[in-house]
Ligand binder design. Structure first.
Ligand code: HEM
Length: 380
């Protein structure tokens, strides 16, 4: 299921980027975020939550949740793309909120049933799911409260980007990059525990401030940058060699963190009325090209082998991981340029992001064909 969600997400990203000059901006963004990213995040959480709680793997019935989320995402894309389908917005929100709520409840049950304390990354996932639920309730509320629709849209946007996707990514990156670099970091757990309150408070203040009271958003933005700044400082001390490399997933994961912070800063600059009229800034496109694309392609390079063949890791996994991560450093630079250009409103930035992503998709198909067909599992 997870490898299928990875390829579905990568295909949705590429299709949306190529479609974006012709489609409405909101429809193309939701094809990336609600059809591509949301179901993949649900699938990944279903895989990681048992690891974080040291409990048995997820029951197969849990696979229904990414499917529900996917149906919700598809409905919202249709509703935003075709004016006659307006009912798709509340229907999509209802499906997605049901799936997010169910995943949250399941996570809490796993937490309650485990022995000892869970890994602190679990709290980041639960906070991210709570942000998604609140963001979707904001869309449902705007149907009942149309005079607040514009404020609720801003609430939805920030709770989803900084909250749902941002918190999930920061929790995952903090654990994943040291694993990729082969340098487990003793400070990761305590730092995650310490930083969650800053990230959650920052997200809530930015979202509420952007919706109703601007000055709050500036305070929130300052708080929100503390965790990624500390994370980046830790990485630069311990994993610099792996990050500044031509190959591997580490450069992509580091580029993703830089893209997340960069797009948030662009959003802040865009909120200053004087600068918004000077440039046509596009923080949402910087978020997609500079953050989502390196994040998903980097995480996929590291995790696809274990998702395809869980259990004992052998030479097959190492070879496939090497092939998926080849030229990861060059891809990270190209995604960085694409995100920067898309963020300042240059259409070629999205095209560069799409081409880089399609090249990775082709590389992944060849690597998988070699691993699964040409060189099947050697007898152990
Ligand atoms: C699946 C249920 C969802 C529904 C029903 C929904 C609905 C909406 C609606 C109605 C808007 C306003 C569109 C407009 O201004 O024309 C919007 C905006 C937005 N949503 Fe969602 N959304 C959903 C999921 C998501 C997810 C999962 C994300 C991110 C992870 C997301 C991110 C955004 C962003 C960034 C915007 C601002 C778009 C822009 O600036 O044009 N949404 N959403």
């Amino acid at each position: 299921m997870l490898p299928a969600l990875v390829f579905l997400a990568l295909a949705a990203f590429a299709a949306a980027l190529l479609w974006s000059p012709h489609a409405g901006r909101a429809a193309a963004l939701h094809l990336i975020l609600a059809v591509g990213a949301m179901p993949l995040i649900f699938g990944a959480m279903g895989h990681f939550i048992p690891v974080l709680t040291r409990t048995r793997s997820a029951p197969s019935a849990l696979a229904i949740l990414p499917v529900l989320a996917l149906a919700g995402g598809a409905l919202v894309v249709a509703a935003l793309g075709f004016p006659g389908m307006l009912w798709g917005q509340p229907a999509g929100a209802l499906l997605a909120v049901t799936a997010a709520g169910a995943l949250f409840v399941w996570s809490r049950r796993r937490r309650a049933g485990m022995l000892g304390r869970p890994h602190p990354c679990l709290a980041w996932y639960e906070a991210a799911l709570a942000c998604l639920v609140a963001a979707l309730l904001a869309i449902l509320a705007s149907a009942l409260w149309p005079q607040q629709a514009s404020a609720l849209r801003r609430l939805h946007l920030h709770l989803n980007t900084l909250g749902f996707v941002g918190l999930t990514a920061m929790g995952t990156l903090a654990v994943l990059l040291p694993t990729v670099a082969g340098r487990p970091h003793p400070q990761t757990g305590p730092r995650l525990r310490r930083d969650l309150s800053w990230a959650v408070a920052g997200t809530l203040l930015v979202a509420l401030g952007a919706a109703w009271y601007g000055p709050l958003a500036w305070v929130g933005g300052a708080l929100w940058t503390i965790p990624p700044a500390r994370l980046a400082a830790g990485w630069l001390r311990s994993c610099r060699v792996e990050i500044v490399a031509l190959h591997g997933a580490a450069p992509l994961l580091a580029a993703a963190l830089a893209g997340l912070v960069g797009s948030a800063m662009l959003g802040a600059v865009n909120a200053i009325p004087a600068t918004a009229t000077l440039h046509s800034l596009q923080p949402a496109w910087a978020f997609v090209a500079g953050f989502i694309l390196p994040l998903v392609s980097g995480a996929a390079s590291q995790l696809l082998p274990v998702w395809l063949r869980p259990g004992v890791q052998d030479g097959w996994h190492v070879r496939l991981r090497d092939n998926l991560g080849r030229y990861g450093g060059a891809r990270a630079v190209l995604f960085g340029i694409a995100g920067g250009a898309a963020g300042i409103g240059r259409e070629w930035g999205l095209l560069l992001g799409a081409v880089t992503l399609i090249l990775f998709l082709l590389q992944a198909c060849v690597a998988l064909a070699q691993a699964l067909i040409v060189r099947p599992r050697s007898p152990s």
